[in-house]
Design a protein around this ligand. Structure first.
Ligand code: PEP
Ligand code: MG
Length: 591
């Protein structure tokens, strides 16, 4: 009998195939004590294993660079570095020599010590760096114990649906989309770094499935629907028929999407919309341009540094910003300054472990506390203004002083560039992300100090409702259509209009048909969405009338509950847009 597992839609697409359970875990190491005569042999085995693992990582790195580009390939640098770190190698050597441990056991001991120390001292990197360390541990131990590398899918010989507890960025980038039909993971959220990479690789992905891994076997058939977040194991005839029909629809849609890409983003009654793309990795710019994005509404630059052990220097950042900008000679590119912290930790930052990272040292707070890091980025962005309409966007702004401080830094860096004879365009704009209730309440004051607002509804929802955006247990409570959020949207739009500055939305809400309808009804006519959503949201926009959206939005602002907001919006948009296409993917029901 078929079994249905519902999780969260994380990367578009639908696929079916045999399950391969990727058990990416640290293998058990037998406790082995060696004879004095075996010491040299174990030292040799340790050196051999390191060299084998190094070659393998270099090979994966080269493949990643060819497929995704140099930025993504650097994800492997920390592992390569650790492989030769004397802190690790010398101690393992000592354990083999002095304590007579086997190479595997000695290495395992050392890893446990390093992990315990990192966790205890709170010299965080806790997320990314521990992940990297674990990846290395898994690879090296498999080699030392003579086990096959679990990530070597070529071994499996067939195209598979990968079922896993969780993944890491480094493991994800080495997946070959030709052989991995889809990913189904027990853990993970849409904003987890490996999930973002899976989207870039265009592998259909469902996350937050709970305990799927335990409940399936290798070779069982599974259908993964990355559009609605569903996995069907052992599908029956009916499930297969549904799958084939959905796949047919998707293929037809892909063709239609190509056509829509060439059309204008304009409502049925003639209201033009600036429809831009969100960018997580620079390589996505070409997809965004292909699908007709009118520029980049949010470039999440922190992904240039997450997973790296050193800050990319000014030239490297400049090249990345310039490359993206050059894809859009006629449109604006909004470059957001590093939004580090929260759930994004680069290794070089030595961030303190925090009880509540989303309420902690994050985004503009980090940048203002680390002027050297920030100045480098500002200089790189300033230089990229010479190549197009580059705008600077500041995350997590709560008050005017933060903007003033950034403006001071910008002025100083402009002077430095002038002194160095480096070209830039002094007419660039500076704006803020409105993503806290404080910013929404202070919008009038803030509008006097910046050139545009972009509303980050992901964080605005999280901070307004006190619902952690990464906690899959709370996903049902994460509701951008809560009246408290809707009223802030209306207020910020009103303030921006009165101040004569642009207001846009770049949170996930803009990619939701009901969200786009509400936002246009609130006179927010600039939207920015992930590139795969561009054709779909444009199609929706072209079907409804802004007149209807205004009427529905006026009622939504007066509504007492989230349910009522959803009801007025679905009724308003449902008259002209076929919402059944989106069923399951977005919660469009009023209940
Ligand atoms: C947001 O918070 O809505 C936003 C667009 O920024 P991010 O998702 O990167 O936090
Ligand atoms: Mg945000």
């Amino acid at each position: 009998m078929s079994r249905v597992f519902d999780g969260y839609a994380a990367a578009e697409g639908i696929a079916s195939g045999p399950i391969h359970r990727l058990d990416w875990g640290v293998p058990a190491v037998p406790h082995e004590v060696i004879e004095a005569s075996e010491v040299e042999r174990e030292l040799d085995r340790f050196a051999d294993a390191r060299s084998w693992v190094r070659d393998r990582i270099l090979e994966i790195k080269a493949r990643t660079e060819a497929r995704l580009g140099p930025v993504e390939a650097r994800i492997f640098d920390p592992q390569l570095l650790m492989l030769d770190d004397p802190e690790m190698v010398d101690e393992v050597t000592r354990y083999i020599r002095d304590n007579r441990l086997s190479a595997a056991r000695a290495f395992e001991w050392r890893m446990l010590e390093i992990q315990a120390r990192w966790t205890r001292t709170g010299h965080a990197m806790v997320l990314d760096r521990l992940n990297d360390l674990e990846d290395l541990q898994i690879r090296l131990l498999h080699r030392l114990l003579g086990l096959p590398d679990p990530s070597d899918l070529a071994r499996v010989g067939t195209d598979v649906v990968l079922v896993t507890r969780d993944l890491t960025p480094s493991l994800t980038v080495q997946l070959d989309p030709k052989h991995v039909l889809a990913i189904a993971a027990d853990r993970g959220t849409r904003t987890a770094h490996w999930v973002i990479l899976a989207r870039s690789l265009e592998i259909p992905t469902v996350v937050g499935l709970g305990s799927l891994f335990q409940q399936v076997r290798d070779g069982q058939e599974a259908i993964v629907d990355g559009r609605i977040g569903r996995v069907v194991v052992d599908p029956d005839e009916r499930d297969r028929a549904v799958f084939l029909e959905r796949r047919r629809q998707l293929e037809a849609w892909e063709e239609e999407a190509e056509f829509i890409a060439t059309q204008d983003a304009i409502t049925a009654d003639g209201q033009p919309v600036a429809l831009r793309a969100n960018l997580d990795l620079p390589g996505e710019a070409q997809h965004a341009a292909h699908f007709g994005a009118q520029g980049i509404g949010l470039f999440r630059t922190e992904f240039l540094v997450v997973g790296r052990n050193a800050v990319p220097d000014e030239d490297e950042q400049y090249e990345a910003y310039r490359a993206v900008t050059e894809h859009f000679p006629h449109h604006a590119v909004y470059i957001r300054t590093f939004d580090l912290g929260g759930d994004k930790f680069p290794m070089f930052l030595h961030m303190p472990r925090e009880e509540n990272p989303f309420l902690g040292w994050r985004a503009i707070r980090v940048c203002l506390d680390m002027p050297e890091l920030f100045r480098t980025q500002l200089r790189a962005i300033l230089r990229s203004t010479a190549h197009g309409d580059v705008r600077i966007m500041l995350p997590l702004i709560n008050d005017v002083e933060e903007i003033s401080r950034v403006r001071e830094l910008l002025e100083e860096e402009e002077d430095n560039l002038k002194a160095d004879g480096v070209p830039f365009n002094p007419g660039y704009k500076v704006g803020i992300l409105v993503e806290t209730p404080a910013a929404a309440l202070e919008a009038v004051e803030l509008s006097r100090h910046c050139d545009f607002f972009s509303i980050g509804t992901n964080d605005l929802t999280q901070y307004t409702l006190a619902v952690d955006r990464t906690n899959s247990r709370l996903a049902r409570l994460f509701n951008p259509f809560h009246p408290a959020v809707v009223r802030q949207l209306a207020q910020v739009a009103r303030v921006a209009k009165a101040a004569g500055i642009e207001v846009s939305v770049c949170g996930e809400m803009a990619a939701n048909p009901m969200g786009a309808f509400l936002l246009l009804g609130l006179d927010i006519t600039s939207l920015s969405v992930a590139w795969p959503s561009l054709p779909e949201i444009k199609k929706v926009i072209r079907q409804f009338r802004v007149e209807d959206a205004r009427r529905a939005a006026a009622a939504a602002v007066e509504a007492q509950t989230g349910r009522e907001v959803a009801a007025v919006l679905t009724e308003g948009i449902g008259a002209t847009v076929d919402l059944s296409v989106f069923a399951g993917r977005w919660n469009l029901s009023p209940g």
